[in-house]
Design a protein around this ligand. Structure first.
Ligand SMILES: CC(C)(COP(=O)(O)OP(=O)(O)OC[C@H]1O[C@@H](n2cnc3c(N)ncnc32)[C@H](O)[C@@H]1OP(=O)(O)O)[C@@H](O)C(=O)NCCC(=O)NCCS
Length: 424
């Protein structure tokens, strides 16, 4: 069976997390992704947070599946010439260098268009145009400037960073959508275009409901927030603790063994349509008709006490027992799963969302497979490439360079130390 993006070739100039997330998704959909890496070093994450000596780290292997790797010094004139050939042979260039790095390398948008007018150039930067456009940005900075940190955590504590990498991986996913959209438009226009995704913008897009609440707060207190009715509201969206971001109130409640197990909790949504079922399950039938509890509006000022009562029930069950009982009554809820539980979950293994991969240097490891499942383009996750593993085949088979030319490039030092590859 063919793959959705078969025939699309990506010149992958990405590093760390945000860009590699994007190109890994494109590779899983069938694009030929060629990762260009600095000779001798490669993507900095190859050596970061290493758990196995001299092997590519999990940081790298989990973000670079299904890609090919070529080492190329793009500041060396021979390396630049190879890069020009690659630009002519690829459909998309993806990069997440610090602002201006591609221009400094000599590959401005104008120059790339001269080389290949059909090329799509996709970039991730920390910020869009404005006072911060030249700043370097990492994940947590993006969470802070995109509105996530100020709205995460408890009212009496500092702003909090979430474990979900919404700045890096979140922006990578946005960029991937921009790229396939530009590829689609190219089928009509015949032209490439620039695709820019700023990390601040992507985080803000994911914090959309908080900008909703910023406007609602002008009209009065946010009644579904835990600050209501006894706390105070300022003029900006406060931290909502574990309150639900939607129209149905929710909270995290203790389950059996919470005293010793840090994840013995359940997320409970007191959804209005199943209120009667909630009352039945927790043994509070009188709440069904009591005017103080019978309607969502009546419940809002009492949410804290209502959840405390529900918690008396959840604390008597394990999170899995509580989930099973509540789900049988169609009450929305979910156990707080630890990473250990997720890693061992048989259904996630079966669906290909968690995959075990073999690697020639580090041995087998777990990774998150493609979370987006296409029925006509199933994903087979393959290991990440070793540094420069495909340099020879890309020069020979893709760029069709002959042996004397390859020898010249090699002699110039543009490919780094690991070679000779000429007539290897
Ligand atoms: C992530 C980030 C902060 C890292 O910064 P950094 O380690 O200083 O890395 P840079 O992106 O500045 O690149 C370093 C240099 O390597 C050079 N380089 C990269 N690949 C090269 C290659 N194959 N050959 C030669 N030089 C290369 C770049 O041209 C750049 O040189 P310059 O500074 O002289 O222009 C920065 O890249 C950034 O802000 N990126 C955009 C936002 C982003 O994606 N952040 C999240 C990352 S998960």
């Amino acid at each position: 069976m063919g793959k959705a993006l078969e025939g699309i070739r990506i010149l992958d100039f990405t590093h760390v997390q945000s860009g590699p997330t994007c190109t890994q998704l494109l590779a899983w959909f069938g694009a030929d992704v060629i990762k260009v890496e600095k000779p001798g070093v490669g993507d900095v994450t190859r050596a970061q947070l290493r758990d196995v000596a001299n092997a590519d780290s999990l940081y790298f292997t989990m973000l670079n599946s299904n890609k090919r790797s070529i080492t190329l010094d793009t500041k060396n004139p021979e390396g630049k010439a190879v890069l020009e050939e690659l630009i002519k042979s690829c459909d998309v260039l993806v990069e997440n260098f610090a602002p201006g790095a591609l221009d400094r390398m000599g590959f401005s948008w104008t120059r790339i268009q001269e080389l290949n007018p059909r090329m799509i150039v996709a970039s991730i930067k920390g910020f869009g145009p404005g006072p911060y456009q030249d700043h370097k940005v990492y994940e947590n900075v993006a969470q802070c400037v995109g509105g996530a940190a100020s709205t995460t955590g408890f009212d009496d504590g500092p702003p909090l960073i979430t474990g979900a990498q919404i700045g890096d991986s979140g922006t990578g996913v946005h960029l991937a959508l921009g790229i396939v959209t530009a590829l689609f438009q190219r089928t009509v226009s015949g032209r490439g275009q620039r695709v820019d995704a700023a990390m601040q913008d992507a985080v803000l897009n994911l914090c959309r409901v908080k900008l909703r609440d910023q406007q609602r707060i002008q009209q009065g207190p946010l009644k579904e927030y835990p600050q209501y009715p006894h706390g105070t509201f300022g003029d900006s969206v406060p931290r909502a603790g574990n309150a639900s971001g939607g129209g149905q109130p929710g909270w995290i409640l203790k389950c059996k063994n919470w005293e010793t197990d840090p994840n013995a909790y359940i997320y409970f949504v007191a959804q209005a349509p199943v209120w009667d079922a909630i009352c039945n399950v927790i043994g509070k039938n009188e709440w069904i008709t009591d005017p103080d509890y019978a309607t969502p509006a009546a419940r809002l000022p009492r949410l804290k006490a209502i959840f405390a009562t529900i918690e008396e029930w959840t604390a008597s069950k394990t999170k899995f027992e509580a989930t099973a009982i509540l789900s049988a009554h169609n009450i929305p809820c979910g156990p707080i799963l630890s990473m250990k539980e997720i890693a061992e979950d048989p259904s996630l293994r079966k669906s290909g969302t968690i995959v075990e991969i073999d690697h020639p240097v580090r041995g087998s490891y777990l990774t998150v497979g493609n979370p987006i499942k296409l029925s006509d383009s199933p994903t087979v996750v393959e290991r990440s490439p070793l540094l420069g593993e495909h340099t020879g085949e890309i020069l020979r088979d893709l760029l069709k360079l002959d042996e004397p030319r390859i020898r010249n490039i090699e002699m110039s030092g543009a490919l780094g130390e690991r070679f000779p590859i000429a007539a290897e």
